[in-house]
Design a protein around this ligand. Structure first.
Ligand code: ATP
Ligand code: LTN
Length: 337
């Protein structure tokens, strides 16, 4: 019964490729510890993924891989509602309603739209433009209280809040206005080759990012090649972007403070530090890799989990969305579950 008073958390991740250490430390690693304290709802955002061109076969594969990977990261389908976004039709339905409470001007100001439309000039499609409305629907369909997101998604969350407030003032209190949830850990991880840029799975240089499924040798090799500076002291200081990034990574994985890390490596060079960071990261990711290999090879279990997740998600969201339909003035539909 006390479950009813738990706050609702919603988050999602796009299956646009293999996840990086940035996605892991900045996002998905923080999701599993929330499961005991909150009612967590997590999705693989495949509808969002097609706003940029995807090879259909690969999208299907990446979606299942993302699902398996999150199970390996500790998302427990018995504790959370964990599903594939396209399996739950209410997201698209609510998205249309919300788009009629969203202004063209505010969508035009979204920096992700500006960046992505500049990057994919041959395909500036309407989905890329209305992407944040679908994201608002994901969140608002579950009356979510809190949304864990990285810095890059904050503007979209702010828009979701504005849409909810606008809808409520037009139609009466219906939608819950969500708050951002900033995890205690979750540093922004930078590229190993250009530490002024975010580590990103779409980086063309394979040495720039650590993939969650890289093996130990590859991880250590990439860290050995990480760009640093011409000094030799391991300490966190402005201007030492490469070392600062390695220190953030090491600190996120071990829980050690920057001062502790500086003492640990006093008198040692960058070479030793890079190897230590590489080995520590590889060891931390080993259990995720093992779990992934187990889940991805058990398609029947995956299907059982995502089917159950979608059933539960549809049940909760259709209750909320049918209230929205009613408020808007649609004739009640007996067929709407
Ligand atoms: P793309 O290269 O396709 O833009 P991406 O690797 O930047 O992808 P997203 O799918 O946009 O990743 O992000 C998924 C989640 O991971 C978001 O919550 C985002 O904040 C987080 N995230 C992505 N990259 C990093 C990073 N380098 N450091 C910390 N968090 C990150
Ligand atoms: N746009 C997000 C993924 C995403 C999301 C959401 C995050 C889709 N729907 C709802 C939080 C809440 C991304 O690319 N990281």
């Amino acid at each position: 019964m006390s479950d009813d008073r738990k706050k609702v958390i919603f988050s999602a991740i796009q299956p646009t490729g293999t996840f990086t250490l940035g996605n892991y430390l900045g996002a998905v690693r923080n999701w599993s510890p929330l499961q005991d304290e909150y009612n967590c709802i997590y999705a693989i955002a495949d509808l969002h993924a097609i706003t940029v061109k995807q090879e259909p076969k690969l999208l299907r594969q990446h979606t299942l891989e993302a699902y398996a990977l999150l199970l390996a990261c500790g998302i427990d389908p018995n504790k959370s509602i964990f599903f594939i976004q396209s399996h739950v039709r209410t997201h698209v339905e609510l998205s249309w309603i919300l788009s009629c409470s969203t202004q063209f001007g505010e969508l035009s100001r979204m920096t992700q739209f500006k960046d992505k439309s500049a990057k994919h000039t041959d395909d500036v499609n309407a989905g890329l433009f209305t992407y944040p409305v679908l994201m608002a629907a994901d969140i608002l369909a579950y009356k979510s209280d809190l949304v864990p997101v990285g810095q890059d998604q904050k503007q979209h969350l702010e828009l979701a809040r504005n849409i909810a407030q606008r809808f409520n003032s037009r139609y009466g209190d219906t939608l819950v206005v969500p708050e951002p949830y900033i995890p205690k850990t979750g540093a922004k991880i930078m590229s190993l080759q250009d530490p002024t840029k975010k580590m990103s799975k779409s980086d063309e240089n394979p040495n720039a990012c650590i993939l969650i499924l890289d093996d130990k040798d590859t991880i250590v090799r990439k860290f050995k090649r990480a760009v640093t500076d011409s000094e030799s002291e391991v300490c966190y200081r402005e201007g030492k972007d490469g070392i600062n990034n390695l220190m953030s990574i090491y600190s996120s994985v071990t829980g050690k403070s920057f001062d502790e890390i500086t003492s640990e490596f006093a008198g040692k060079g960058y070479g030793d530090f890079k190897i230590a960071v590489g080995e520590t990261v590889a060891d931390a990711l080993a259990s995720v890799r093992d779990g992934f290999n187990r889940y991805i090879n058990d398609k029947a279990y995956l299907k059982e989990c995502y089917t159950k997740g979608a059933e539960m998600a549809l049940k909760v969201s259709s209750r909320n969305v049918s209230k929205v339909y009613h408020k808007v003035g649609f004739v009640d539909n007996e067929l709407y579950r």
